[in-house]
Design a protein around this ligand. Structure first.
Ligand SMILES: C[S@@+](CC[C@H](N)C(=O)[O-])C[C@H]1O[C@@H](n2cnc3c(N)ncnc32)[C@H](O)[C@@H]1O
Length: 252
């Protein structure tokens, strides 16, 4: 039996899917896709006779039933997820169901929203001697974050913090961040990256919530809070060891 492919589509721009992902879209008999987070333009690569199934209004059980049914009918099924499937993609349930149904599957990674945010902001999230850790997290919403991963304790690290799924709770987010980050820390509010109405605003932490709410950026927004954003104009001091003349140049 051929595998079901769980494919990361990237954050919106159809050119940001991997070559492997695009080639699968070109070949697929069935494409099951999260239409609220993946633009229709992504489907330009699909065969005109492919069965295209949007999932925004379907329950997980309905989606799984379709995937299993089409896979058992020997169809090449692509389950298309926004960004990278391993991040807040709810693929765990799909994996369990595919394993139970004894259907092989393969996961094709995608560009996550935090990566396009860094590219758009033209920053490195890991600047030597400034910040060497990236935290990808969210605030509790319908899904509870385990207590040991509470935003206030994670923000104590002052790492490069990329916050998914948190814009609806932005006031709470700001209150927790301000316990540890200085109030003038730059926050990037990244709305619908890679889409035509993309908007990126950089504001001091103290204005994070008011700006997000005033500008109505509460849907599909990623926040980036990082010392690297405050460091843009003084970055020449912290040169990466990778380019040091003392460094073995194996990995350039
Ligand atoms: C269900 S999660 C999926 C994340 C996705 N798997 C990824 O790797 O980017 C959806 C959340 O990811 C973030 N996100 C996804 N796509 C985005 C985009 N194009 N622009 C800004 N944020 C995005 C937002 O925080 C949004 O609420």
């Amino acid at each position: 039996m051929q595998p079901v492919y769980i494919v990361g589509a990237g954050p919106g721009d159809p050119d940001l899917i991997t070559v492997k992902g695009r080639n699968l879209l070109i070949k697929a008999d069935v494409i099951v896709y999260a239409n609220s987070l993946i633009p229709d333009s992504m489907l330009q690569f699909c065969r005109s006779d492919a069965e295209i199934i949007p999932t925004a209004s379907k329950s997980l059980e309905e989606i799984l039933e379709i995937i299993v049914d089409r896979a058992r009918s020997q169809k090449l099924v692509v389950r298309l997820h926004d960004g990278d499937p391993s991040l807040y993609g709810a693929i765990q349930e799909q994996i369990v169901s595919l394993v139970e149904a004894e259907i092989p599957f393969e996961i094709i990674p995608g560009v996550s929203a935090f990566q396009l945010a860094a590219a758009r902001l033209q920053i490195e999230l890991t600047v030597p001697e400034l910040v060497q850790t990236i935290i990808l997290t969210r605030i509790s919403g319908r899904t509870q974050v385990p207590e040991r991963e509470e935003l206030s304790s994670l923000s104590a690290h002052q790492a490069s913090l990329c916050l998914y799924l948190s814009a609806h709770h932005v006031e709470n987010v700001q209150a927790k961040l301000i316990e540890h980050y200085p109030s003038d820390t730059t926050v990037a509010i990244c709305y619908r990256l890679g889409w035509e109405d993309e908007k990126i605003l950089t504001v001091p932490l103290s204005e994070m919530a008011s700006t997000t709410i005033k500008e109505n950026l509460t849907r599909t927004t990623l926040f980036v809070i990082s010392p690297a954003l405050n460091n843009l104009r003084s970055s020449t001091k912290e040169r990466s060891q990778l380019y040091s003349s003392h460094y073995q140049r194996l990995f350039r």
